[in-house]
Design a protein around this ligand. Structure first.
Ligand SMILES: *Cc1c(COP(=O)(O)O)cnc(C)c1O
Length: 396
């Protein structure tokens, strides 16, 4: 484990959960780490650097232009702001006061999710109002057409495992409905690997996180129509100033995008496959566990392992996740569906040694719970309430 944890008095973390921003998202690729280190002690004209980022992003995404933000969350806010103000400097300085501007943003109800904070709040931060189309599991073209109106400035489309997986309207249809009314479509696909599909489907602005699959430093990447990208960038003269990305974020995002183009996806995939196989071998006979290989929910080229935690395991799925997290090193698994009795293991951020440590820890925690009979203590409602209480008690 790196020395820095010891120096800061922190528990090291083994990340079997994927690209979770609450634990640092991803291992930054060496090219991005080097570029960040190089720029930190230098000066650079930021507008020129962002113009360079625009060229790199345009090449990677086949969009007209692009720029780098502090995060995907801020990119949603800036894209919505841009759709309202255009390049009018007075309107940019006036936000979040939207007097005289179109200020409604249409979103399918099943896309109004929480990625760590609510999507709708990122829209409202710009001063816009959110108009939900349809209901959670039923959003049909007529719902969207009815939601679009005289005051509509933009529409936001979210691609993520967080969104309701059924009953939504697909991107191509969504774009067609919006474009028929002259409304630009902003796509938040922060953690999706596909860099070209949404632009090809006609999206006007598309957003990714540099710090997720790309292995960059914390930043957002925006690609799209030149005028909307420009108007989004210009928000740095207004509300965007509170969401500033530094030279290191911009340079790191550029390096991560360039490294992504050079990577060997077959080698990455087989490295991850080896970890999945290892977990199947080591966890097959653990009492109470049923294993299943689970292809990514939204079609990213990665498989995870789903562990169904049964009675014989001696504890609930969420107790398994929190006991793993409580160890040193702290082992983080994907527990967002734990209330349905499953946890997921994600291989993308793991070395082979860490993957072994994850399997050993799971085996140990279950063995201990069975031996001590101290599981099934906290039902899910209590678990969630305790988690919230812990979060609210920060810094302890
Ligand atoms: C991670 C995520 C975000 C937030 O991304 P940041 O770059 O960390 O702000 C927004 N939307 C979706 C769908 C995400 O997965």
């Amino acid at each position: 484990m790196a020395e820095i944890h010891e120096r800061l008095g922190l528990t090291p973390v083994i990340n079997a959960s994927g690209t979770m921003t609450s634990i640092g998202a991803s291992r930054v690729v060496p090219q991005a780490a080097a570029a960040v280190g190089e720029i930190l002690t230098e000066f650079v004209d930021i507008a020129s650097l962002q113009a360079r980022a625009s060229a790199v992003i345009a090449k990677a995404t086949a969009a007209e232009a692009g720029f780098v933000t502090s995060s995907s969350a801020s990119a949603i806010t800036l894209g919505v702001a841009a759709a309202m103000t255009g390049s009018d400097p007075a309107a940019i300085e006036r936000l979040p006061d939207t007097t005289g501007l179109r200020d409604e943003v249409v979103v399918q109800s099943g896309h109004l999710v929480n990625f760590g904070a609510p999507v709708d709040q990122m829209i409202r931060l710009a001063g816009a109002r959110v108009i939900g189309a349809g209901t959670a599991f039923d959003v049909q073209p007529f719902h969207i057409a009815a939601a679009l109106g005289e005051r509509t400035a933009a529409a936001v489309f979210v691609i993520s495992h967080h969104v309701v997986p059924t009953g939504q309207t697909d991107l191509a249809t969504f774009v067609a409905l919006c474009h028929a009314r002259g409304v630009p479509v902003i796509v938040d696909m922060a953690s999706e690997y596909d860099l070209t599909g949404a632009i090809a489907a006609g999206a006007d602005l598309v957003i990714w996180s540099a710090h997720k699959f790309l292995g960059g430093p914390t930043a957002g990447i925006v690609a799209g129509r030149r005028d909307l990208v420009r108007a989004s960038f210009l928000q740095h003269r207004g509300i965007g100033r509170a969401m500033k990305v530094g030279k290191e974020g911009i340079v790191g995002a550029i390096a991560a995008l360039e490294a992504w183009a050079e990577r060997d996806p077959v080698a990455t995939r087989s490295r991850e496959e080896a970890i999945v196989t290892l977990w199947f071998e080591r966890l097959a006979n653990v009492p109470g566990l049923a294993l299943r290989r689970l292809p990514d929910w939204t079609g990213n080229p990665i498989d995870r392992v789903e562990l169904t935690v049964g009675r014989d395991a001696g504890l609930f799925a969420w107790e398994l996740a929190s006991r793993l997290a409580g160890r040193s090193p702290s082992i983080r698994v994907r527990d967002d569906l734990a209330d349905s009795g499953v946890v997921h293991l994600d291989p993308c951020n793991l070395t082979r040694d860490e993957a072994v440590a994850v399997a050993v820890a799971i085996t140990d925690v279950i063995e201990e719970a069975r031996a001590a009979g101290d599981g099934f203590r906290e039902n899910f409602a209590e678990h969630r309430a305790n988690g919230l209480a812990g979060a609210l008690a920060w810094p302890g």
